[in-house]
Design a binder for this molecule. Sequence first.
Ligand SMILES: Cc1ncc(COP(=O)(O)O)c(C=O)c1O
Length: 381
Amino acid sequence: MATQQPATRPANPRFSSGPCAKPPTFTLDKLADAALGRSHRAAVGKDKLKAAIEGTREVLGIPADYKIGIVPASDTGAVEMALWSLLGERKAEMLAWESFGSGWVTDVVKQLKIDAEVKTADYGQIVDLASVDKANDVVFTWNGTTAGVRVPNADWIADDREGLTICDATSAAFAMDLPWDKLDVTTFSWQKVLGGEAAHGMIILSPRAVERLESYTPAWPLPKIFRLTKGGKLIDGIFTGATINTPSMLAVEDYLFALDWAGSVGGLKGLIARADANAQAVFDFCDANDWIANLAEDDATRSNTSVCLKFTDDRIQDGAAFAKAVAKRLENENIALDIGAYRDAPAGLRIWCGGTVETADVEAMLPWLAWAFEAEIAAQA
Ligand SMILES: Cc1ncc(COP(=O)(O)O)c(C=O)c1O
């Protein structure tokens, strides 16, 4: 039993699920070129915003006819602007199996009050994706960050769908393959897989989404911060670097650095391989230890970014207090920071495994998890 402290420590104890670890080569001086104190509408600022858009397209392999915009209020802002701008034209299906998906349900059902069918599953499970009707709009989260459960693929999305697919991909983009032909609206924020700074959201629109925007006007008023069209036409500037309002050029510089780093590790393929290797180290640890298990019940839905774990040892008296105490021990030792389960999720741990985390650090952290578990079992007795 691992009562002795392991000899090796992770070089970087940052395993938070957002903001996530910066790329390993990050230092503050990498931001020295930021267009600070200049108008974001000056050529230097606009060029950087455009580079952020086109860099995103390149790394994520987004088709040339898809629009990519930098919008306010991080991923939440991007999702909200999509929901408020696009829904209501037809029935919507709202899929949720964790906290963030449930938040979008609340917005659509309680705020927008549109005709919606809500399909939910408990933490660890996923909804019946095959039951989605292609005539409806569907809103879903590609990777449920707080459950560690992701959609296994997009086979359930019809090529000849009539509705739109609106996908919150904030903890999936840059770590999982996103099939663009199946996604009409995709959103993410910079502070997740690439370890960027929180501030702005990205919204990616398929030609079908643009068509909906230009042909449908919601019955409710839209604040300026959500408006993607003017006079029935897409505001093209949003998708070429003329943002709706003032962006942080420091955050933009940081994102440009992160995109550059992504290229240096082999682009999307390299990023996915890094996340897969990190997550596999945790999966193997769970397989080797009968006191801990993945919260995701079906292996095909296990996240490779926000890996959520539950303790399964009969000796544990108070599950929530136990998990908190284990996380606290690891934080006190500066081994793993911010790995407690999300506040609405079942008691347990959540270990970020996105590509900015080094596999060697995951491997060095796991024996410490065993140590903290044993120490807490002993303390509880
Ligand atoms: C799936 C998902 N959606 C939305 C959000 C909210 O993102 P933001 O804080 O960037 O708005 C998060 C943040 O963790 C998330 O994981």
